[in-house]
Ligand binder design. Structure first.
Ligand SMILES: Cc1cc2nc3c(=O)[nH]c(=O)nc-3n(C[C@H](O)[C@H](O)[C@H](O)COP(=O)(O)OP(=O)(O)OC[C@H]3O[C@@H](n4cnc5c(N)ncnc54)[C@H](O)[C@@H]3O)c2cc1C
Length: 518
């Protein structure tokens, strides 16, 4: 007799592991099945070259909810973070640069070099987002509430302003209203476009910006950092926690289908043909893979299937990961290591630059002058590179799901040239210090992880696809039209990023449905 479980979690990404840990902690016999030989999904560390360990996909920690860190005792299982400060160093043409720190007053001093008016406005702008985060944060670790109730949590005198800003406006609208410096607006629009196939002018990008303000590293609100050992450090801690609470985690275990009996999920079948029975199946695959590939077509009605097929899930970005013999030397602030090597380095001199980069991708090309978000993990963390050597992680945008006239595989050498030439405009020694590089394209993201279109969030996190609209309207409670089947990954509220919240909320829905003691 094969062993039966209370819950089988399909996919061992960080959300699958969070769901499993909470289920096991509540006493449920829980099994995680991961297709790859490494757990973590988009939150993994791999060693493409001996001695160099890189966060292949996601690279910046901060979104993981503090409550999850505490409940699952992640510090005990190896979770450790480093604060990224400066928050952002933007090298600019003409040997100039703009540095933003986690301290608003220090940032304002820097901004004053560009605009006195913007320097005065910046602390107020920062406070505005603090207030937004204080409203959104408590909504993350529970199922989304319907819009009318959602509006009730906002103070009456601010409802209209906040609905307009977060749901209807673009990041560019908001930044143009607050600031005059093109350099500052370029820097600040990065959070609104990251991972999203939209320019900063698109309505809804303001919400994407808000989502990226939810970072919190060791009690520093709106801040970001790195996980010791790379993003796989988070997933390994989650795996150890889940196992500590009693879950079993199997890798190299691809699931072929979710098994149904009388319309109810009763377990899974692996690609090997092995069948595993369970009272509940929690899928952390995206909605399209879960509903359109893991289930027989007649399991769901045509209307639901068409809503799932319509979820916007376009690729927008790629990763360029590299092993370095030395740090790049930026002409705007010569020398290495310098403080800016300890923070995010962003190549985006203004919003027009982002618009042009998007325009290329809209027409089926990789951006000729891409926006880049760069970190050197090795400056903080000695575990990821041999002594004296460095790692460089570049998030590079825009990269459409498919290219006109070539495959992503064919385009990789040209992409690497574009990335190195773009960095080289600001740090001319880049080509001398790069020892190895890899391009992780939207096609790689899709084929390795199963994220449709290479979309890094398992579906855009614009207002039409968040809260009760995620994954599709009417099915945002982690439950699905198939009894016994739950959605536990980023495709569910509150969406993508290494938040852990969808996994937490799905586990809670399952436990509620079982009712204690049943
Ligand atoms: C390039 C990139 C950069 C990013 N940068 C950041 C960042 O810096 N910070 C941040 O917070 N977020 C970032 N994100 C977003 C974030 O990483 C993801 O939203 C999040 O990790 C998704 O987690 P998940 O557990 O929901 O899904 P996934 O990580 O996609 O996990 C799904 C798992 O299911 C497995 N799987 C697929 N099919 C099967 C099958 N048939 N059987 C068994 N297992 C299967 C996959 O291998 C995978 O492990 C980035 C994402 C990408 C791709």
């Amino acid at each position: 007799m094969p062993e039966a479980y209370d819950a089988v979690v399909v996919g061992g990404g960080h959300n699958g592991l969070v769901a499993a840990a909470y289920l096991a902690r509540s006493g449920a016999r829980t099994l995680v099945l991961e297709r790859r030989s490494v757990v973590g999904g988009a939150a993994v560390t791999e060693e493409p070259w001996p001695g160099f360990r890189l966060s292949t996909f996601s690279y910046a920690a901060g979104l993981l909810r503090p409550q999850i860190v505490q409940d699952l005792e992640l510090h005990r299982f190896g979770y450790q973070t480093y604060l990224l400060d400066p928050e952002m160093f933007v090298p600019l043409p003409g040997r100039k640069s703009l540095t933003l720190w986690n301290d608003d007053d220090r940032s304002a001093e820097e901004i004053a070099r560009f605009s006195e008016r913007d320097a005065r406005a910046y602390p107020k702008y920062s406070q505005y987002w603090t207030e937004v985060v204080e409203l959104i944060d408590p909504l993350l670790l529970s199922a989304p509430v319907p819009l009318p109730e959602l509006l009730e949590v906002v103070p009456d005198d601010r409802v209209e302003e906040l609905v307009r800003d977060l749901f209807l406006r673009s990041a560019a609208d908001i930044l143009d209203e607050w600031f005059e410096s093109e350099e500052l607006k370029g820097a600040l629009c990065t959070s609104a476009i990251i991972g999203t196939f939209l320019p900063p002018d698109a309505p809804g990008t303001a919400y994407v910006l808000a989502h990226h303000k939810l970072g919190n590293i060791e009690g520093h609100p709106k801040s970001w950092g790195l996980a010791r050992g790379g993003m796989g450090g988070i997933s390994e801690a989650l795996r150890r926690s889940a196992e500590h609470f009693g879950a079993t985690v199997r890798t190299d275990a691809p699931v072929r289908q979710i098994r149904l009996q009388d319309g109810r999920a009763v377990g899974v079948e692996l690609a090997s043909g092995e069948r595993i029975d369970a009272r509940a199946v929690a899928s952390s695959l995206d909605a399209r893979h879960t509903f359109l590939e893991m289930l027989p077509p007649d399991a769901l009605d045509a209307e639901f299937r068409s809503h799932v097929a319509a979820i916007r899930s376009r690729g927008s970005a790629l990763k360029f990961n590299a092993a370095l013999d030395a740090l790049p030397d930026f002409v705007a602030s010569p020398g290495a290591p310098k403080p800016h090597h300890r923070g995010f380095i962003d190549i985006i001199p203004n919003m027009d630059y982002a618009r042009a980069a998007f325009d290329d991708a809209w027409h089926g090309r990789f951006s000729r002058r891409p926006f880049m978000d760069i970190v050197f993990q090795s400056v903080h963390d000695e575990t990821v590179a041999p002594p004296g050597k460095h790692t460089m992680s570049c998030f590079v945008q825009y990269a459409p799901t498919t290219l006109d006239g070539s495959t992503w595989e064919e385009a990789k050498p040209a992409v690497a040239d574009t990335v190195l030439d773009t960095i080289g405009e600001y740090a001319p020694n880049i080509r001398q210090v790069v020892r190895h590089w890899q391009v992780v394209s939207p096609a790689d993201i899709e084929s390795t992880l199963g994220m449709t279109g290479g979309n890094i969030f398992q579906g855009d996190i614009t207002p039409d696809q968040i809260f009760t609209f995620r994954p599709v309207h009417g099915w945002s409670s982690y439950r699905t039209p198939v009894e016994g089947l739950y959605l536990a990954g980023s495709a569910a509220h509150p969406g993508g990023g290494v938040l852990g919240a969808p996994g937490h909320n799905a586990a809670r829905a399952i436990l509620e449905d079982w009712r204690p003691g049943s």
